[in-house]
Each structure stands twice: as C-alpha cells, then as structure tokens.
Design a protein around this ligand. Structure first.
Ligand code: CP
Ligand code: NVA
Length: 302
C-alpha cells in the first residue's frame, strides 16, 4: 500500500520552506524547461472542471506535456461530481489510473472529500475558498519583478471574500509580506481564513488608504464564478473600488499591478491600468505554467 499523498488544497498545505523551494524550482524550470522535459514520462494528470477555465486548463495541460506526461480534461458534463458519483468514489477510481488529480470546484468541501485518504496528490485548481496555484504564480511574478518578497506591501482591492484574496493573504503571511485589503462592507475576507494568519493583516473599507505606498496592487472580478445571481447588488457597491489611474497614483511610483484574469475591463480595472506600464498580468498568467510544473514535481517527490 502506498502512503497517503501530499495535497495542495490551500497555501497552508505547504510550509514556508516548501513554498520557497517550489518558487525557486519554478524559476529554474522557466529558464531551462528542456532539462525537465522527461521528468514525468508516462504519468497522467486528471483535471476535473466544474467551472469554465482558460489559464488553469491550458497551463496544467501544457505543463504536463512539457514534463513528458499527459493530462485528461474532465469537464462539467463528464463526471458530474456529487451528482453521478461522490467525490470519494471518484477519487478511489482515479487513484488507480492516474498519478495526480487537479480539480476546480464550487464547494471547497468537495476537494476535502476528493483528497481524503487518496493515494495520489490532489491540487486545488480554484474553489469558493482558495485559488492557491494563482497565488503562487502571483508571488513568483512579484519575486521576478521586485527581486525580493519580505517586507513588500501587497494591497488587494475589491471583493475580499474571494478565493484569490484568501490564498494571497495566507501566502503573504508565510513570506513576511505586508497584506492590506479593502472591500465594501459585507465583502471582507472570511473570518475562518483571517484567524489562521500568524501576522496581523490590515482590512480597511477606504481603498485610498489601503493602496497608499503599496508595492503591489491586486484586484479580481467583482462577480466570481458562482456569484452571478448577486450581479445587480455587487455592481452597485463595488465601483469605488475600481483600479483606475486616480487610485493607482496613491501606490508607489514603481508599484506593479496584478490580476488573475479574466478581467472585466471598465469594472474592477480600467484599460489604461491593465494595458499600462505597471501591469504585469500576462507575465503573471504565464507563470501559472512554470509554478504548477514545479508544484507537480514537488508533490510527486520528483
Ligand atoms: N486565473 C485563472 O484561474 O484563469 P481561468 O479561470 O481562465 O483558469
Ligand atoms: N475569483 C474568481 C477567479 C477567477 C480565476 C472566480 O472565482 O471566478
């Protein structure tokens, strides 16, 4: 019997040392991808998607190809987790056929069930609670652009009760970065995440205060997948949280702008910012590929 596998459902599943190891490996892979081209020869990744995706699907699938491995896409109509079969039964089938599983789900609980006692690693490809692969790519991008992490101020503005915000807050906490977030009342980070953080984070309602002197400015859609029915209400409260040139001016002059994408231009961010000189969003998207290759190698102990 194989021993229980590592899982990556949350940033908190890795120690600070392990996170740094994955980030360093990602940089090595990015600069010399050929060296890793046979590392996972003959292995297979199952990718379960309950929601749409561009970056997550393409980066995982391409990443596996580049490592000499293979990925299988299982879309919303294929396995219908929880409808056709329980997450646990799905895992007990998949672990006998594939070497690693990635899943994008609505409820985080499904990932917990999918990975419980599962003999192959399970990776969170986005849930309602976290988007840890995105946060790893974000911080890799910061490291490349700023050449350091410790002490930098990262400000997230917008919907803070958000998978991307939660993963970034935990990651900043582990890496000694200052985390600020700003949301309208009622859209703050989940308390269950805040209470796990070792260091104090700063949550302020006023985005102008939160962004002051930031090294990194981050936002995300105001309407995450699954929140569509709240669209009307959200569009009323979020406009003061738009990242535009007036707000961005309050950050440091050399601040960088990140967005996990897809971006809803004219809502959470204006064209001049996302297409402007401070934006690093496409480097950030590319880094999904490199950091996930590193993560997969790490989780498989290769
Ligand atoms: N950032 C991100 O996860 O993009 P997709 O939803 O396109 O995968
Ligand atoms: N918070 C967004 C991220 C999309 C990649 C969502 O969950 O839809």
């Amino acid at each position: 019997m194989k021993k229980k596998a590592r899982r990556f459902l949350s940033i908190s599943d890795l120690s600070t040392t392990e996170i740094k190891k994955v980030l360093n490996l990602a940089l090595k892979i990015k600069h010399n991808p050929k060296k890793y081209s046979n590392k996972l020869k003959g292995l297979t990744l199952a990718m379960i998607f309950e929601k749409p995706s561009l970056r997550t699907r393409v980066s995982f699938e391409t990443g596996m190809t580049q490592l000499g491995a293979h990925a299988i896409y299982l879309g919303p109509n294929d396995i219908q987790m929880g409808v056709r079969e329980t997450p646990s039964d799905i895992a007990r089938n998949l672990e006998r056929m594939v070497d690693i599983i990635m899943a994008r789900v609505f409820e985080h609980q499904k990932l917990i069930e999918l990975s419980k006692d599962t003999k192959v690693p399970v990776i969170n490809g986005l849930s309602d609670l976290e988007h840890p692969c995105q946060a790893m790519a974000d911080i890799l991008t910061v490291l490349e652009k700023k050449k350091k992490l410790k002490g930098l101020k990262l400000t997230f503005i917008g919907d803070c009760e958000n998978n991307v915000t939660h993963s970034l807050a935990i990651l900043c906490d582990k890496l000694g970065m200052k985390f600020f977030c700003s949301a309208p009342k009622g859209y703050e980070m989940k308390k269950e995440v805040v209470k796990t953080l070792k260091n104090k984070i700063t949550e302020v309602v006023d985005p102008k205060k939160a962004i002051e002197n930031a090294d990194i400015v981050v936002t995300d859609t105001w309407i995450s997948m699954g929140d569509e029915k709240e669209k009307k209400t959200r569009l009323k409260v979020f406009p003061p949280y738009q990242i535009n040139s007036k707000l961005m001016k309050r950050a440091k002059a050399d601040a960088i702008f990140l967005h996990c994408l897809p971006a809803y231009r004219g809502f959470e961010v204006t064209d001049d910012i996302i297409d402007g000189p401070q934006s690093v969003v496409f480097d950030e998207a590319e880094n999904r590929l490199h950091v996930q290759k590193a993560l997969i190698l790490f989780l498989l102990g290769k």
